[in-house]
Structure formats: structure tokens, C-alpha cells
Design a protein around this ligand. Sequence first.
Ligand code: NDP
Ligand code: MG
Length: 390
Amino acid sequence: MKNISILGSTGSIGTQALEVVKANPDLYKISALTAQSNADLLIKQALEFLPLMVVIGDEGQYLKVKAELSSTPVKVLSGEDALCEAASIAEADFVLTAVVGAVGLKPTIAAIEAGKDIGLANKETLVVAGDLITALAKQHGVRIIPVDSEHSAIFQCLVGEENNPIEKIYLTASGGPFRGKDRAFLTGVTKAEALKHPNWVMGAKITIDSASLMNKGLEVIEAKWLFGLEPDQIDVIVHPQSIIHSLVQFNDGSMKAQMGLPDMKLPIHYALAYPQRISSDFKRFNFMDYPELTFAQADRETFRNLDLAFIVMRRGGNMPCIINAANEVVVNAFLQGQIGFLQMSDVIEACMDNIAFIAEPSLNNYLETDRYTRIFAGELVTKQVNYNQN
Ligand code: NDP
Ligand code: MG
């Protein structure tokens, strides 16, 4: 029996993880669940899975959750520090990090320091502080098992290849809803259009990131840290069918790919069960539904974010932290209708140019960089809003 805590249990990844847990009651037990503001779903999940602890981030909803769970032994906590408590609860063996954004950094550190294996969906944490997180995981002897489908694919391809040099990896990208479009088209795209992903149903932030190709950019940096690669060893290839989830090319020229239908439950299921594979009733692949798998070059000129991510990966230091914080601000602003689709990259680039570079940041440096960048990006967004209004 594996005891699992899920940070962000009410989200897209969190709810799918709970479906996997529910389908395997003899294998998994829930230790802690957390949500930010969706108290109703958290209460429902708590009544069903009876964890030891739940955390509701929004303190205004604490009393409601507490009252609804008063007849159960479930402990209810609220506030920022509580997320770290859920991440390090003694009974858990495994923590699935499925919160969205850099807010996952501190609880992921808490989980690693408490010796928990990590199922990592929250890619922003590795983007922000990949050096610290991977070093800490090594120090505490904990495994980081990727949940992101591309990284799960690479991870699966590498099983049994521990001593064999990787020449290169290819992360596949669907290209998102605006594949093939030019900048003139992108100027006017709406939030509703950007939220329509062709192959995956996901949370709002990652869906916008997929439309702008920032998601692939974040994944490039995530891959660098997960697999210990040099920037030149990572490439991106557009594969609109999302069947090949990513590929590894070894030093003899041979390539391995991992395939499957685009369903996040597969990589979640794999991460929870690792190192075993356990049976599932997920829909099986039918070749005749996909008579052609196609590939194309990513258009880094139109989708500037992907290029910016490669630039910050090469520069290192706190640059990936800057790009991540700026991106969180602009995605939010785009979702609020404050700035246009292409303006997102402009603000991000201005942050890259203006926030002080730190070559070897400490945790504190990362937290400060994150904070300053959000302020700076927020000011740029406000200027843009004023400009748009005049
Ligand atoms: P969602 O927006 O669907 O869910 C996010 C979860 O985090 C919710 O439980 C939410 O609570 C909680 N949350 C939001 N803000 C905060 C906060 N400030 N503090 C604490 N908790 C918070 O996101 P996804 O499930 O789509 O994505 C989660 C992570 O997984 C992201 O890092 C994403 O990049 C990654 N990922 C997602 C994939 C997908 O298919 N969805 C695929 C690959 C990676 P509440 O519901 O109460 O708001
Ligand atoms: Mg992915």
C-alpha cells in the first residue's frame, strides 16, 4: 500500500490522479489533499477518500471546510505554511505535486526534506529552481518521477539505459490551437480561442502556455534538470497527433519513443505505480484511427516564447525563474482580458532584460527574483492596460 498526498487535488491533474487512486483501492491510500479555493470539491474528495489532512489555501473558506468535515477525523488546515505540512505529513510515502505555478516550490522542498518520493506535475518548480531541487533530491535519496507526459515518456525510454549516453532528446509538441498561424493572426486571438486545445483538456494556465508554446519552453528547462542534459541535447519537434509523447536518441544513433493516446491518466498511473507497471482499463490505441503520424519544425519566430525559454536555459542562473514569474503574470493578465496574446512575450522579454541577473542563486535569491519579477511585470501590464484604454 502506497500512501499518497496530492497537492492541488481539485485541479485537472489532481482529479485525474484521484480517479487512478479510486480504481486501485488495494494499492493506494490518500494521506493529504489540498486546494486553493474550490472548497466544495475538496470537501467532496475528503468525504470520499478520508485523508488524514486537507488544506484549503483560501483562509476565508477554512470555517466552511472545517464545519463540513467536523464529523470525520480529517484534520483541516489553511494558509501558506499548511501546504508544506501537507507535503511533509509523516504517513505519506509519495507526494504528487499538482499545484500550478511557482507556489509549488516551498512544498516540494518540504516533501523532499521529509524524504518523500515526488510525482512531479508542477513543472514550474523545476523551472524556477531546478538546480536546488535536483541536488536536494539527491541528498535525501528521493526519486523525482515526472508526470508531464513528455518527461514521463523520456523517463520510460531511459529505464534500463542508466549507463548508456544520451545523445539527444526530442520533446514532442502538439503545436496547440494556433499551429500554422502567423503573428498577424495571433494579434487578435481571444481567450476563448486560446483555451481550446486540440488534444488535451487541462487547467487554464497550462492551456494558455500550450497555445503560446511557453509550455514547451518550460518543458525544455524541466527536461534539462530531470535528465541532467546540456541545452544542445534538447530539441523540440511538432507532432500534431500527440501520440508519440517524446523520444530519446542514444549515442549509437538508435532512438526510443514512448507512445499512447493523449490521456494524462497514463503518465499519472505510471508515476504512482513506478517502478512497477500495473494493469489499467484505459482506452487502447487503434492504429487505424491514426494512419499518419506527422512531424514539423517548431515555428520559434512566430511563437517567440519557445525561443525565449531556450535563451534563458542557456544563460542559467535566475533567468528561468524570471521567465516563469513573468509568464505567470502575463498569462493571468491575458486571461483577465488585460493584454493581447502577443503582448505576453513582450512583457516577458522586458523582464528578462531588466531584472538583475544572478549566476548562482540561493533559495532566497530565487524567491526574491520571483517577487521582483512579478512586481515589474505587473507594472508593465498596468502600463499596457492604460495604453490600450487611451
Ligand atoms: P489546475 O489549474 O487545473 O489545478 C491547479 C491546482 O492547484 C488546483 O487544485 C488549485 O486549487 C491549486 N492551486 C491553484 N493556485 C494555488 C495556489 N496559489 N496555492 C495552492 N494551490 C493552488 O492545473 P493543472 O492540473 O492543469 O496543472 C497542475 C500542474 O501540472 C501545473 O504545473 C501544470 O503545468 C502541470 N501539468 C498539467 C497537465 C494537465 O494535463 N493538466 C499536463 C502536464 C503538466 P483550486 O482548484 O482550489 O483553485
Ligand atoms: Mg507536457
